[in-house]
Ligand binder design. Sequence first.
Ligand code: ADP
Ligand code: DP6
Ligand code: CO
Length: 324
Amino acid sequence: MKATARAHTNIALIKYWGKKNQNFILPYNSSLSMTLDAFYTDTTVEFSSGFTTNQFYLNGELVNDEMTDRVFNHIHKIKTLLNQLDLPNFTVTSTNHVPTAAGLASSSSGFAALTAAAVKAMGLDLSKSELSRLARLGSGSATRSLFGGFAMWSTGNDLTSVGSAIDEHPEMDLHLLAIETNGARKKIPSRSGMQNTVETSAYYDAWVQKAKNDLDLMTYAIKQNDFELLGKVAENNAMAMHATNLAAVPSFTYFEPDTLVAMQAVQELRNNGISCYYTLDAGPNLKILTQSKNIDAIKAYFNKKLPKATIIQATFGPGIQYLS
Ligand code: ADP
Ligand code: DP6
Ligand code: CO
């Protein structure tokens, strides 16, 4: 009763930012993402009557905090929904090949890998769509990490609000450069950040409307293999999401001084004829979207502008994988 799964993180090009149902993690708007090859989580789940307690190890260390509660609650939900409540104790061992809780989407790969490994360790065989529904109960963005390439997560009810593949092997020449200026854990988790915004931001309704329109534009850009349109819509959508936080009461932001330096550098590169756009999640680290021919020039520019930043290059990554 042991299995290991690998899930890659995904970066949302059209963001999910707010739940209309916090219990079932149902979003106000559908979202769309690119799964990344460079960032992933490996998670092993083992059930054994030899274990006297349940344990959670992350990156080689036994963890005993709210992260552990979240993992245990998730396993409990899966066991309940799959009628496996009489299973013995378990150990979860996970390694993040991505900074944890730094706005680089560790919860997306973390809960996708945990869900897939737990279900397989139970000896059950579920479709990616069914796994996506379970992963959603751990973290909304995890719905999309079951799938490679371009994926989306649709609004709906507990059974229908799941991730699906748009194109698992896209033709588009699309690369992402993560400009890691701060890999520390964020002070405002995605979960509480978006909930405060839903409850207090005067811009929230406008955001939901805009996200719906942007999703149509993004779907069109992908169909047309139009990198420029994809980049423009992604950048504008990310900024609109972050604008809702500025209008929350009390207002907050994930931007840091280096984030603004990086945004300005992208604008300067564009002014110099180098096509690139940015997006960013709930954290300070900017992600640049660009095409093969511009990667070297962008890296060289950032090495000068933000010499302390770590630049990680990524392109499309695969969907869920089983390592054993
Ligand atoms: P991020 O931007 O990294 O997704 P979030 O605030 O959305 O930040 O989520 C971070 C939380 O996700 C962590 O505090 C932890 O509870 C959970 N998490 C991250 N990695 C893992 C993992 N490998 N296994 C289980 N839970 C994880
Ligand atoms: C800005 O999926 O991390 O990255 O569902 O509460 O776990 P929970 O939140 P999470 O939120 C992700 C927010 C985002 C945008 C996105 O990935 O769509
Ligand atoms: Co997250």
